[in-house]
Design a protein around this ligand. Sequence first.
Ligand SMILES: [Zn+2]
Length: 317
Amino acid sequence: MSNAGLVHEHVLISYPGDTLDPAGWSWDRAACIDRAVERMEQLRDHGVRTFVDPCPIDLGRDPELLAEVAQRSGMQIVCATGFYHEEIGIPWYWRVRTSEEIAELYLHEIEHGISDTGIKPGVIKIATFDPVGEHDRKVVAAAGMASVASGLTCITHCENSVGGDVQQDVLAEQGVDLGRCLIGHQDHTDDANKLIAIAERGSFVGIDRVGYSILTPEDRRVELVKALVDAGHADRVCLSQDHMCCLRSPKFPYAVPPQFAEVYEQILPSVYEQMHGRPHTYLFTDFQPVLEKAGVDRAAFDSMLLDNPRRLFGGAG
Ligand SMILES: [Zn+2]
């Protein structure tokens, strides 16, 4: 296989405020770049040529770092415009703006580049929390306006696999072609019918946290892919891992309830392994064989990584 594309992966994630923590001041940017270059070279050996990093504006997006990794590794890396969901993202100044004002920001980045880097986003990131909040809806509408005006694809984050239908409603209201939208993080659910409904409206469905068994058992992901294939929607499945090369935050970036603190301390190494530790080739070395055993053959897997991303980004076929 050559020319495969991974539609939701990350080079670097940095949670809002983490750069203030003295515990993280020794963070090594050059080492992060070296690590990412190595990962890209390993992926190239598996036929991956495009690595879409839909890091939102407010999770440490660093287009110059991505450009350096792309230049050194030969990987095509696509960066994004768009804010994260309202629980963690959407900085105050933009929270009080209208959808139209937010769309103007996105379009400025798309047309002129991100700040003064000259680097243009190739995709619009959308994220909503569970449940979808009012600021989330406003920002999804803004993304829809920017998508209609620019023709760029939308890639979404659905917290707990909830809100994909709402995202589709808001995007459709703006006149967005739902066939150019990937409704993402659909692998934290038992309900395959929800995923089939997303595909039936023409969008791509992201089984895009492969390897995060802490969030969903891997068998469940396999069942969901199989259910989509059996329902005739193999051409709407996008596989990816939402896996990072580097996490800048020096401490775990999510609140852990006190009653789980001790157990979390014990499992933290395996959580970090799943977030950023293991190689990005896990999808090929570990997940693909399991998928094949469940009846989704190599040709179907390849097509999910070749043909589906190409159509998501507006290519023929
Ligand atoms: Zn992500």
